[in-house]
Design a binder for this molecule. Structure first.
Ligand code: ADP
Ligand code: MG
Length: 484
């Protein structure tokens, strides 16, 4: 039997407001427990929530970025349940009238094809506090700093068909929210987490199978692993004559498996009802227009422009547009050097390699985009060759201040293109390598091209890397062939 996987994601994005969604308490990460939860976040008697306008603006910006309908009216509902990290006894959320309606996101797959994933809706809600099970012996601590932090929950349609698509979708959402600057997208700190809904069905069958929901997966890699495990579990279960039950499961990264948390029978009845303390949110066209006019160029548009207007490959365009910082760095290098393909090669090659080795993000690159652009410009105008350019890059990386030009001068890296000078070096290398010359002379003509590499290497060395490699190659060939 052939099986097909069906996946839908519910992504929780922590919005980067400075204060909470219904109070003025700070949302800063890492403060002493319970120093950032005010009376409103605790739901003490007599307090009233006030909606944070910034959270509304951020949610709407997301909606506009995914081409969603923005309903004129949205309403907050209370989702009632008891848990120690929820002192109010309910979470304020949006059940029936969310702030963002149906939209769509384009994802890029490994073979550079794209696919549209529909978004069912996105709604605003508040986060709960945290239970700390490790800090106290035999007891659990409660930290309510996170209570009331604004979240945007983005619910997809079940449009993904394998783990790679799910990870690509999550990356696309990550890249949109960070481009917009509405979230720091830091998955390790929990700024973005997702619930993964997975089911399987026989290939060709239209009806969906019963799904399991895997809660709170917090990395791209874990999303793929959790799905892989879950798909295998469900297929095995069905093939052994059993059936999948609708339930909530947890992914355990240490054991690389999912475990049942609660089944549908034990599911809560949340008794949703409109929050009487909050007015419906009404957005007019002028407000939407104002936010629309402030949208930055988004990842999908940037990717298309890099491909169509700058002539980059689909792969380069997709890598360079994945994060806003990367895209802006590349565009600055391109502006300075004037050649998109070379700028792309240097950013993805030398620069990304160095950043990865030292585990630095591009914002903290010791070489600025302006500096890298100058290095590339000097290669393009023939001032230095590629080898010398790497030396200049390394000097800049190591903190040698100043411009690329200053380093080229100081280190004497200007490319030697003077034919006489190069010929002089060639003559010397030939005179010092009688054995290799004899070998060259005795080899088959079609093998000589390969052997020339030795001589090129020696001449380049003699020039301390500054000779023009093409000229060295051409002149060497003429001189060696004259010896035949
Ligand atoms: P609920 O209201 O119980 O949360 P929803 O219908 O809102 O359920 O769906 C929640 C998420 O589960 C959505 O992202 C949706 O795409 C996904 N989903 C729904 N049915 C399936 C299914 N059969 N297989 C995989 N994912 C599904
Ligand atoms: Mg749900």
């Amino acid at each position: 039997m052939q099986w097909e996987t069906v996946i839908g994601l519910e992504v929780h994005v922590q919005l980067a407001t400075r204060s909470k969604i219904f109070s003025g308490a700070s949302t800063a990460f890492g403060a002493e427990p319970n120093t950032q939860a005010c009376a409103v976040d605790l739901g003490l008697p007599g307090v009233l929530p006030v909606l944070n306008e910034q959270a509304v603006a951020m949610a709407v910006q997301f909606g506009l970025a995914v081409h969603a309908e923005i309903p004129e009216v949205s309403v907050f509902d209370r989702k009632n349940y008891f848990y120690p990290d929820l002192p109010k006894g309910y979470q304020t959320s949006q059940m029936y009238h969310p702030i963002v309606g149906a939209g769509e996101v384009e994802i890029t797959l490994d073979d550079d094809t794209t696919k549209r994933i529909r978004i069912h809706h996105a709604h605003l809600e508040e986060d709960a506090g945290k239970s700390l099970h490790e800090d106290f012996h035999g007891m659990t601590g409660i930290d309510l700093n996170r209570a009331g932090t604004p979240l945007l929950e983005i619910v997809s349609e079940p449009d993904m068909r394998n783990a790679k698509e799910a990870a690509a979708y999550l990356k696309a959402i990550h890249s949109i929210v960070t481009y917009l600057g509405i979230s720091d997208g830091n998955m390790a700190e929990g700024s973005m987490r997702c619930d993964v809904n997975v089911s399987v069905r026989p290939k060709g069958q239209e009806a969906f199978g019963t799904r399991a929901e895997i809660k709170n997966v917090n990395s791209f890699r874990f999303v793929e692993r959790a799905i892989a495990f879950e798909v295998e579990r469900q297929i095995e279960l069905i093939e052994d004559g059993g059936s999948v039950v609708q339930e909530t499961r947890l992914y355990d990264p240490e054991r690389d498996e999912t475990r049942s948390m609660r089944t549908k029978e034990e599911a809560n009845d949340y008794r949703y009802f409109p929050c009487p303390d909050l007015l419906p949110v009404v957005l007019d066209e002028a407000y939407l227009e104002h936010l629309r006019s402030q949208l930055p160029e988004l990842p999908a548009d940037k990717r298309a422009r890099f491909q169509d207007a700058l002539g980059l490959s689909a792969y380069d365009a997709s890598v360079l547009s994945a994060s806003r910082e990367m895209a802006e760095f590349f565009e600055e290098v391109h502006r300075v050097c004037g050649d998109a393909k070379q700028a792309a090669n240097w950013v993805q090659g030398e620069l990304s390699g160095a950043l990865n080795r030292e585990n630095l993000s591009i914002q903290n690159s010791p070489v600025s985009a302006q500096q890298l652009g100058e290095v590339v410009r000097r290669v393009l105008d023939g001032t230095i060759n590629g080898k010398a350019a790497k030396q200049v890059f390394q000097a800049l990386w190591n903190g040698q201040g100043g411009s690329a030009d200053a380093i080229i001068d100081a280190k004497g890296l200007k490319q030697v293109t003077d034919t006489g000078a190069i010929e002089g070096m060639i003559d010397q290398v030939i005179a010092e390598s009688p054995a290799q010359v004899a070998q060259y002379r005795d080899s088959e003509p079609e093998k000589r091209g390969k052997m020339i590499g030795y001589f090129v290497g020696q001449v380049m060395k003699a020039s301390r890397g500054t000779a023009n490699p093409q000229q060295v190659n051409d002149l060497l060939k003429t001189k060696l062939d004259a010896l035949l």
